[in-house]
Write a protein that binds this ligand. Structure first.
Ligand code: BG6
Length: 482
């Protein structure tokens, strides 16, 4: 469904995020007929370029980041013609008049300001946009992590918009919420009557959330070394996934109803006071491949490239159900998965020789091979008597829906169009971001206090041994990352 014509101003338009994600996402939306004729993209950055100069950059970004099958010259041409460039220095007054001139009259067209810049510029841009009279009460502002590095800085960030933009105008991206399978999680939970009766402490043994990456810090060493896995991944992506699993059904699929429920989950997280419940790791030099400290060029760094933890949502629904979370870089493979592990059958009628019935596991696979599987115990086929074995009901979307033909859209495609439509459901509200930091901060403070180093792990492994122990101690185990 096409959206209304819009004006999108991208600050930091020559940067990595814009080239890698935004430009390709917008191209796809035009290609698929969702971005209408008359929509305008205004690229703004400090570099001295003209329209043609920026269009060259955008065109190269398409070659690099859009699959060849989706590139056709007619669409490319139309797309590039919808882009203009304005040289703006966000720290001075240079370029703001030109930006005002480049913007067509709002006339009810949604105006979106996408701040693809370092967070220290957020406040000043919001203020200048406002002062230059470029925004109205229908304008939107889009920002992205890092949304602070602790509670205090997150509050400061939230405050920097006040007076210029209201909460309903601020779109905080967590790109995990735009992933197809993550949205599917809501459909799975709230469009099927099957799971809800089981979705609680009586029937769920535990939940595992894994976001494993094969890549390292990829040229973002300076940023990453300041953040570490806890701030870079756990505070946002992992906790957002946890919220979607743990939240109560909202009454309606309305932005604030969904976000109210997620906020309640974040506020229900029990403080993590037991140091044994958190494991930090750092990848070591392995078979000649540089270590984390070598990658970031900081020999004594204590920053973690891996974190595993056991969280508890202290409310009626989840009391006593551990949520095990882990994420790390340079692990064996790239996989993001949520597994809801149900309790064993209460009583076994089978003789010991039949083997053990396993736990039913509902696994939601975010990437790669998006899909949902349900692990079951069945009888091993054959005349050998009653032997139990495990099998999976497998709904890999590519097979079930022919999704390879459909193409899985990138999270940004969905999210940018949601901004234009004015739908905040898949964006984090300021109080959610703050609640997440409020839970994370004491854990990091504890590390700082103890001053110990993260545990080394080999690249290509599944993380430090201690992370396995985190579950073994509870008589449970992580699912294989393969
Ligand atoms: C980003 C993190 O938010 O998410 C990166 O800053 C990480 O460190 C990335 O690599 C992972 O995203 P995806 O979509 O590739 O799983």
């Amino acid at each position: 469904v096409p959206v209304d014509p819009f004006d999108l101003v991208v600050f930091g338009a020559t940067g990595d995020l814009a080239r890698r994600k935004l430009i390709p996402a917008l191209y796809h939306r035009l290609h698929d007929g969702q971005m209408p004729e008359g929509a305008r993209i205004i690229a703004a950055a400090r570099r001295d370029l003209d329209d043609e100069g920026y269009r060259d950059i955008a065109s190269r970004a398409l070659d690099e980041f859009v699959e060849a099958a989706a590139l056709d010259e007619k669409t490319r041409d139309r797309f590039l013609r919808s882009i203009g460039y304005v040289q703006v220095d966000v720290e001075s007054d240079d370029g703001w008049d030109a930006l005002a001139k480049a913007l067509p009259p709002a006339d009810g067209r949604p105006r979106v300001f996408y701040l693809s810049v370092a967070p220290r510029h957020f406040g000043i841009i919001a203020e200048k946009v406002h002062r230059a009279g470029l925004s109205d009460s229908d304008s939107r502002i889009v920002i992205e992590k890092p949304l602070g590095h602790d509670l205090a800085s997150a509050q400061e960030l939230n405050d920097c918009f006040s007076g210029h933009f209201e909460e309903r105008q601020i779109y905080r991206i967590d790109h995990y919420l735009g992933k197809e399978t993550v949205q599917n999680l809501m459909a799975l939970r709230f469009a099927n009557a099957l799971f809800e009766p089981l979705w609680n402490a009586r029937h769920v043994d535990h939940v595992q959330i894994t976001v494993a990456e094969k890549v390292g810090v990829e040229g973002r060493g300076a940023y990453y070394d300041e953040m570490g896995a806890m701030r870079d991944m756990a505070q946002n992506h992992l906790l957002q996934l946890l919220c979607l699993i743990a939240m109560e059904p909202p009454a309606r699929l309305e932005p604030d109803e969904v976000r109210d429920e997620k906020l309640k989950v974040l506020r229900a997280l029990a403080p993590l006071t037991d140091p044994e419940s958190v494991v930090r790791g750092q990848y070591a030099r392995t078979n000649g491949s540089p270590s984390y400290t070598e990658d970031v060029g900081h020999p004594g760094s204590r920053t973690e490239s891996f974190v595993a933890l056991k969280a508890e949502v202290a409310n009626w629904r989840w009391s006593g159900v551990p949520f095990y979370l882990r994420t790390g870089k340079r692990l064996r493979t790239r996989v993001s998965e949520i597994a809801v592990v149900f309790k064993e059958a209460p009583h076994s009628i089978f003789p010991p020789a039949s083997g053990r019935a396993g736990n039913n596991v509902l696994a939601i696979r975010l990437q790669p091979d998006e899909g949902i599987t349900l692990g079951m115990t069945i009888k091993e086929p054959g005349p050998g008597g009653m032997r139990l074995t495990s099998a999976e009901l497998d709904m890999t979307f590519a097979d079930t829906l022919g999704a390879t033909k459909l193409r899985m859209p990138d999270a940004y495609e969905r999210l940018v169009m949601d901004v234009v439509r004015g739908d905040q459901t898949l964006f984090m509200r300021g109080d959610e971001v703050e609640a997440a930091w409020a839970w994370i901060d004491p854990i990091i403070a504890l590390w700082d206090e103890r001053g110990d180093r993260p545990i080394s792990y080999d690249q290509g492994s599944s993380g430090p041994e201690d992370a396995l122990m985190l579950m073994h101690r509870d008589g449970r185990r992580w699912r294989e990352i393969a």
